[in-house]
Design a protein around this ligand. Sequence first.
Ligand code: BEZ
Length: 216
Amino acid sequence: MSLRINDIAPDFEADTTQGRIRFHEWIGDSWAIMFSHPKDFTPVCTTEFGAVARLSQQWATRGVKVIGLSVDPVEEHRKWAADIESFSGAKVDFPIIADPDLKIAKAYDMLPAEAYKAETPADTATVRAVYVIGPDKKIKLMMIYPMSVGRNFDEILRAVDALQLSEGVPVATPANWRPGEEVIAALSLSDDEARQKFGGFDAKLPYLRLVKLQGS
Ligand code: BEZ
């Protein structure tokens, strides 16, 4: 069955470039991002891993652990990491999961349609999937890109900022929101409640009330 937002991310045990892990235990009390990619030693994937490695400090600041995944074995991942480091100038300081029997890819529904009738291992490459998982182990966000389109990790960072901002706070973020900009008071709040909570709002429409959060 396919996964939905707010489902518990399937737990699993797997070998990674940093040793064997049990996924939920590895996440601990952090936020986590798991991103899959079709194959080691391929051009788009190399640029994606480089982009994630360059953002190392940004993930750390937000308390986010990142982990990559592909069907290739750990030894291949380790050799490929050297290429990623030479291309990006950044250290691959996060683990990469080996999923040779596609156990995790299937549990997360990461495979493209044709993979389900695949006859050779070459047909079973994962698509480019991203799962943002909260400390409660629930899936907060999923993105599925085709093999031909590299992901925008600045957008994933922005989405993490929006998710963390709205954790337990009755707000949502508008289109193209950037940290520090106004946010939207939740529809669950009456006007009086919104005034009390945020000290006022700018009503662009009766149902679109912009508020400035303290300290943002
Ligand atoms: C890539 O560029 O990342 C790629 C190319 C062919 C197959 C899989 C991935």
